[in-house]
Design a protein around this ligand. Structure first.
Ligand code: SME
Length: 161
């Protein structure tokens, strides 16, 4: 396993994902512990992109419960259909929010958050088992490139769910 993450500055977003993807793959390859792999993956994303918050919530007993993350402290529990995360879980779809102030019912865990992307991860029965939540302190920070690569990256974890 590489001991240091290689993050080249001034790369385009897509090139940065292409640089990080094989490193994340290598980090979690051969590790079958969910929390260990998730923690390294989230760290690589946080330090690779410099986002405000990168983490997951697990579906547990009909609510989302905070899992491993990198960034400031966050809300521990989120109800189905509440906030961006609870809505993504309810609708079973990825949500990109360009400006969180314009998302009805956005849950403010950190006032510095300006835009976010939430991606549901499904178990083998097709149920949402976990969601990936990434927050940025800049408006309009996420687009279809993030959706494509983050979906690919977070689904490396799906076999461990
Ligand atoms: N803003 C999210 C809550 C989770 S945090 O940002 C870490 C939401 O509305 O679901």
């Amino acid at each position: 396993m590489a001991e240091e993450l290689i993050v080249t500055s001034n790369l385009s977003k897509e090139k940065k994902y292409q640089e990080l993807y094989p490193q994340i793959f290598a980090l979690i390859q051969g590790e079958d512990d969910l929390i260990a792999s998730l923690s390294n993956m989230l760290s690589a994303l946080k330090y690779g992109f410099g986002w405000l918050w990168v983490g997951v919530y697990f579906v547990k007993n009909s609510e989302l419960v905070l899992g491993p993350f990198q960034g400031p402290i966050a809300c521990a529990r989120i109800q189905l259909g509440r906030g961006v995360s609870g809505t993504s879980w309810h609708n079973k779809e990825t949500i990109i929010v360009d400006n969180v102030d314009k998302f009805p019912d956005h849950i403010i865990c950190n006032a510095a958050s300006k835009s976010e992307i939430v991606i549901p991860v499904f178990d083998s029965q097709g149920e949402v088992a976990m969601i990936l939540d990434v927050d940025s302190d800049m408006l309009n920070d996420f687009d279809k490139i993030d959706k494509e690569y983050l979906t690919k990256i977070i689904n490396l974890i799906a076999p461990l769910l």
